[in-house]
Design a protein. Structure first.
Ligand code: DAK
Length: 265
């Protein structure tokens, strides 16, 4: 926890409990819109979490009535093409870092998840929405397109037809509709959002952490490949699992009819 405490965060709050880091976007006066400083804070946080042995899973949420209401429009109002490209490149690298973290990440979406906010949720492994969450990619209404990964991750998640509908119209969808599209895994009441996210994370973390990490790599990278190469990757990842102490512990515990005690080794 110490390194996370040393980051001097202003727009995001991080607390760690029982190996779960709760990353709370905390600029509620702007509905947690992503400005440059906030994106830089996300980089620092996820760099530390990657190395931090005391953190096995991450939950990302927002303070107030927004999860994240998108990129900070005021900051980008006067950007021209070159700055726009650089900014998109930076933001994409931030969300790639979240997607590539070899630990499970749940987005606990508490309110508006628009534009970059939806894309932040899309870079997480699993999305749990509060019943008052609202999703959307309204970029075309601003004369741009989703460029923090939205044109790529949304169609991969919900299919190109629905993604095109949402991206072309900019229409906002409530949690229940998002659930029906497969945009989110589950909808719960606002009070249940964090407890339900923690409960799901705990049900993940009772398993071998390295196996979860390898499964994440196999799924994420496999989605970019044809099935034959994906199966090769799966084989390699499985072989790496067989080299871990936790594989031995998991199988020994099963045979000995006891609960496995995984050590993340
Ligand atoms: N940026 C900056 N401030 C924002 C904001 C945003 N995205 N969203 C909300 N705020 C601010 C509001 O301006 C307001 O500030 P004050 O007026 O109080 O100072 C405060 O948050 C509260 O918002 P509202 O008063 O508007 O609250 P409401 O409940 O009435 O409405 C809303 C909530 C979420 C429907 C509304 O705030 C809204 O429509 N917000 C904008 C949603 C949006 O369009 N987000 C951006 C999506 S596009 C790039 C350039 C841009 C992008 C990407 C790349 N490059 C340069 C490469 C854009 C990406 C996006 O995310």
């Amino acid at each position: 926890m110490s390194k996370l405490n040393e980051l001097g965060l202003k727009n995001i709050e991080v607390t760690v409990k029982e190996s779960i880091a709760l990353v709370k976007m905390n600029r509620p006066k702007a509905l947690n819109a992503l400005n440059n400083d906030t994106l830089k804070e996300l980089v620092s946080i996820f760099d530390v979490i990657k190395e931090e042995k005391g953190v096995l899973g991450v939950i990302v949420t927002g303070e107030g009535k927004g999860f994240v209401a998108g990129a900070d429009i005021t900051q980008m109002q006067n950007y021209k093409s070159e700055q726009g490209r650089e900014y998109a490149e930076f933001a994409q690298s931030v969300f790639n870092k979240i997607e590539n973290l070899e630990k499970p990440v749940i987005a606990a979406v508490n309110g508006y998840a628009l534009g970059g906010g939806s894309e932040l949720a899309l870079s997480c492994d699993i999305r749990i929405a509060s019943s008052n969450a609202i999703f959307g990619q309204p970029e075309v209404s601003l004369g741009i397109i989703p460029c923090f990964g939205g044109t790529q991750r949304l169609p991969r998640l919900i299919g190109s037809g629905l993604a095109k509908e949402l991206i072309y119209t900019g229409r906002m969808v409530k949690a229940e509709e998002a659930l029906s599209m497969g945009y989110v895994n589950k909808v719960v009441s606002p009070e249940e959002l964090i407890p339900a996210s923690i409960e799901m994370m705990k049900s993940i973390l009772k398993n071998a952490p390295m196996a979860i990490g390898y499964a994440k790599v196999a799924i994420n990278r496999g989605l970019e490949m044809d099935i034959a190469n994906g199966l090769e990757l799966e084989k390699d990842a499985a072989a790496l699992c067989f080299a871990t102490e936790d594989k031995q512990e998991g199988m020994d515990a099963f045979v000995e009819k006891r609960k496995a005690e995984f050590k993340n080794r």
